[in-house]
Design a protein around this ligand. Structure first.
Ligand SMILES: Cc1cc2nc3c(=O)[nH]c(=O)nc-3n(C[C@H](O)[C@H](O)[C@H](O)COP(=O)(O)OP(=O)(O)OC[C@H]3O[C@@H](n4cnc5c(N)ncnc54)[C@H](O)[C@@H]3O)c2cc1C
Length: 381
């Protein structure tokens, strides 16, 4: 049986960045993926690095998002240096747009909320916003400026992270589906990939929305990681003449500029099972918002459409940390923020594996929160 210090299930951005970080401490790491690396949510993402909450349920996540944003420059610099590849990381900030009739009130409320959460934000006049982004549409009534937000191109980041991890000696096993965990008493001692057993001192579940389906017969992983897919559709546009420098966002969707002039428009949020599909209704919703924000896109070329499955969780928060099975850790459920959270997740995983404790308060994200609820419910029956 082949043996490693750490086996990671899933080569999305979470698995690849954790592998990169762990290999920096000279651990022997294997990452198993049932297909090629980086073809799921991490390939589909827009690439906004935004710790600002989308809903009240996101508020417990803000400190973790802020921490990850702080780590990002060094995180991408290390990946770029070791891989020799660009991630197209940029820190141009984001403009949030509010429509009439309550635009200014909504904007002021948002700015106060961000400041309370220690996220830099300021109200800007529409004149100032239009002097930065000349094509903002007439429906925009008020704007807020979030200067610290950044962007990355997720497909470039993915390629660079895998390549950087490989350069540090990480072994990637592709077309290698993990079908179960090896459990000895109260300890996880490795994984089962088809017929093959791989032994590991630590096993990390990082299989995105598919995490809950690993070893379905025993329900073991789903107890800690009850993930589900939340579909998001996306459209890439090549504008004819118009230019966008910063992320533009409204409550209905967003536009994210790419380095080559394309603009990525998103997204939908759909409970559609594991069905990755681009639908007429989804495309219409995204384009309606895109054209309202930026009417100059009306004559753009649609260069690509796609959809991906966000790893959702019952409380919309990620699932991070050790379980009560020795050697088994979870790093999944990053939902709408896995690209942002990859930097801090990789660091936390390294800390848990190498020292047994994390330097950041992660209690709200513990994998035990679902397992405990489940046993309470069972006892009550
Ligand atoms: C449309 C869309 C837009 C988004 N925009 C943003 C954004 O702007 N900013 C942001 O921060 N986040 C964004 N996200 C969220 C982000 O993409 C995800 O949170 C993140 O990519 C999750 O990464 P992951 O590595 O956990 O999962 P994934 O990227 O889904 O990777 C999981 C991997 O596990 C593998 N796998 C599954 N089951 C098994 C098994 N049994 N054995 C072996 N391998 C297995 C899969 O093949 C896959 O490679 C967006 C997501 C979508 C869909």
């Amino acid at each position: 049986m082949k043996s490693f210090d750490v086996a990671i299930i899933g080569a999305g951005i979470i698995g690849a960045s954790a592998a990169f970080e762990l290999a920096g401490t000279k651990l022997r790491v294997v990452v198993l993926d049932r297909q090629q690396p980086g073809l799921e949510a991490s390939w589909a993402a827009a690439g906004m690095l935004s710790p600002a909450p989308d809903s009240p349920r996101d508020i417990p996540l803000v400190p973790l998002g802020r921490e990850s944003l702080k780590l990002y420059p060094n995180f991408v610099a290390a990946i770029e240096e070791v891989s020799g590849r660009s991630t197209a990381y940029a820190r141009e900030g984001a403009l949030e747009i509010f429509r009439a009739p309550h635009g200014e009130n909504d904007r002021d409320h948002r700015v106060s909320q961000c400041r309370r959460l220690r996220i830099a934000a300021e109200a800007v006049s529409m004149e100032a916003a239009r002097s930065w982004e000349g094509e903002i549409g007439p429906a925009a009534h008020a704007a807020a400026w979030l200067p610290e937000e950044g962007t990355v191109e997720p497909r470039l980041l993915m390629d660079a992270a895998v390549s950087a991890a490989r350069n540090r000696g990480v072994e990637f096993r592709t077309n290698s589906e993990v079908t179960g965990l090896l459990i000895d008493g109260a300890r996880c001692s490795g994984v089962l990939a088809g017929e093959e057993k791989i032994s590991a001192g630590h096993v990390i579940v990082a299989a995105g929305c598919f995490s809950s389906r690993i070893g379905r017969e025993t329900d073991l992983v789903a107890r800690y990681a009850p993930t589900r897919p939340v579909r998001g559709q996306m459209i890439a546009l090549r504008p004819n003449g118009a230019h966008l420098k910063r992320v533009l966002r409204s409550e209905r969707g967003y536009l994210v500029p790419r380095g080559d002039g394309r603009i990525v428009a998103g997204s939908t949020s759909e409970e559609a099972g594991y069905e990755k599909r681009v639908t007429p209704a989804g495309v219409r919703r995204i384009l309606d918002n895109a054209l309202e924000l930026f009417p100059a896109l009306a004559g753009a070329e649609i260069v690509e459409t796609w959809s991906g499955l966000r790893p959702g969780t019952p409380d919309d928060l990620p699932i991070l940390g050790p379980t009560d099975i020795e050697g088994l850790l979870i790093a999944t459920g990053h939902y709408r923020n896995g690209i942002l959270l990859s930097a801090v997740t990789a660091k936390l995983i390294r800390e848990w594996v190498t020292t047994g404790r994390a330097t950041f308060d992660t209690r709200a994200f513990s994998p035990l929160r679902f397992a405990e609820r489940k046993s309470l419910a069972q006892n009550a029956r």
